[in-house]
Ligand binder design. Structure first.
Ligand code: AMP
Ligand code: MN
Ligand code: MN
Length: 338
């Protein structure tokens, strides 16, 4: 059984953040920054903001993350590497926005001289020499913003833009339940640091032309269940765009169907070779986290995911519907006709 997620605030958050800043400021050796598989705006934005701030302090920083197409505009040519095969001797490793070690992408986690884990997932297993994990924060980018302030680095538009990106994407453009005064104030401060907000929010929605055809195919599979409380859609391997087939930009598909009237749980099932990746979004306190922990994954209350290994789409759908049914029952929100 997966451990129960701990979504409570860490009272030692400030001290740990200060300790992480002290370690980073005094570090003479190489620094490597990694995030999670399938990096999203928070993963890529947090990595870019922190690495740019550390470079401003004169540090030797390598960032290994492979953003999907729609986020690549954030990085400069050559700024990111796909992978570091091994950590150099004496590395300070930052792992950002990753709940557990198996989800780290871009390089090994073994062999670091010191590891700092910075994250906002309640399902984080608190790995590392310092685990700065604050589940109440809407985005890892908010923790990174506070770390940059602890580091005493002067803000530039180049640091503030990816930092705001993490906040924008993890709050669904300031629409999810994690949007708060803290979020809006932090965003306002980042605007003061020179972010071109209108340009950024427009640019973040740009998609390759093939995306729209794929979106159409996926939307044709939409079905409702559990008395209308559940919506789900399927993204099968044959729907992948033929041209530009590299990394697709389907992150927001599940967010679209979540807006079907009456829905409490939205799920996208993605066929990935022998596995199925499930993305779940919820509302009104129904826990996507509980559903995905049951399926072997993790995440937040309102947004979570899981990769179900060695199943076909029908079996994944069956398990998802059952996990959603149990969570709706627990919450007393299962419609009587479900
Ligand atoms: P996704 O549906 O992949 O966009 O993920 C939604 C949220 O859940 C993100 O914060 C992810 O980092 C997290 N998440 C997704 N899959 C997993 C997993 N297998 N284990 C832990 N967290 C996950
Ligand atoms: Mn993320
Ligand atoms: Mn995040």
């Amino acid at each position: 059984m997966a451990p129960l997620p701990d979504n409570s605030p860490d009272p030692a958050y400030r001290e740990k953040l200060g300790e992480a800043a002290r370690v980073a400021r005094s570090w003479d050796g190489p620094i490597v920054v990694l995030s999670h598989v399938d990096p999203d705006g928070d993963a890529v934005g947090s990595c870019l903001a922190l690495s740019r701030a550390l470079r401003a302090l004169g540090k030797d920083v390598t960032v290994a993350t492979a953003p999907p197409r729609y986020l690549r505009f954030l990085a400069r040519e050559g700024e990111l590497v796909d992978e570091v095969p091994a950590l150099p001797e004496g590395t300070l490793l930052f792992v950002l926005d990753v709940a557990d070690l198996p989800r780290v992408a871009g390089g090994p986690v073994e062999g670091a001289a010191f590891t700092v884990n910075i994250d906002h997932h309640g399902t984080n297993d608190r790995f590392g020499d310092i685990a700065v994990v604050q589940p109440g924060k809407a985005a890892t980018a908010l923790l990174v913003k506070e770390l940059i302030e602890e580091l005493g680095v002067s803000w530039t538009p180049q640091i503030a833009t990816p930092c705001l990106t993490g906040i924008i994407t993890d709050t669904g453009n300031f629409r999810f339940a994690n949007t708060s005064r803290e979020v809006l104030e932090a965003a306002g401060e980042l605007l003061d640091h020179g972010v071109d907000y209108v340009w950024l929010t427009d640019r973040l929605q740009w998609r390759h032309p093939d995306y729209f055809r794929t979106l159409g195919r996926v939307m044709e599979t939409v079905e409702f269940g559990l008395g209308g409380a559940l919506v789900l859609a399927r993204y099968t391997a044959d729907m992948k765009p033929v041209s530009g087939a590299e990394e697709d930009d389907s992150d927001d598909f599940v967010g679209i169907i979540r807006y079907a009237e009456g829905v409490l749980v939205a799920a996208l099932l993605k066929e990935r070779g022998p596995d199925v990746k499930v993305s779940v979004r919820t509302r009104d306190g129904v826990s996507a986290q509980a559903i995905c922990v049951e399926l072997g994954g993790g995440g937040h209350v309102a947004a979570a995911g899981a990769t179900i290994r060695g199943v076909d789409m029908d079996e994944a759908r069956r398990r998802l519907v059952e996990a959603a049914r149990r969570e709706l029952e627990r919450q007393g929100k299962l419609p009587v006709d479900a």
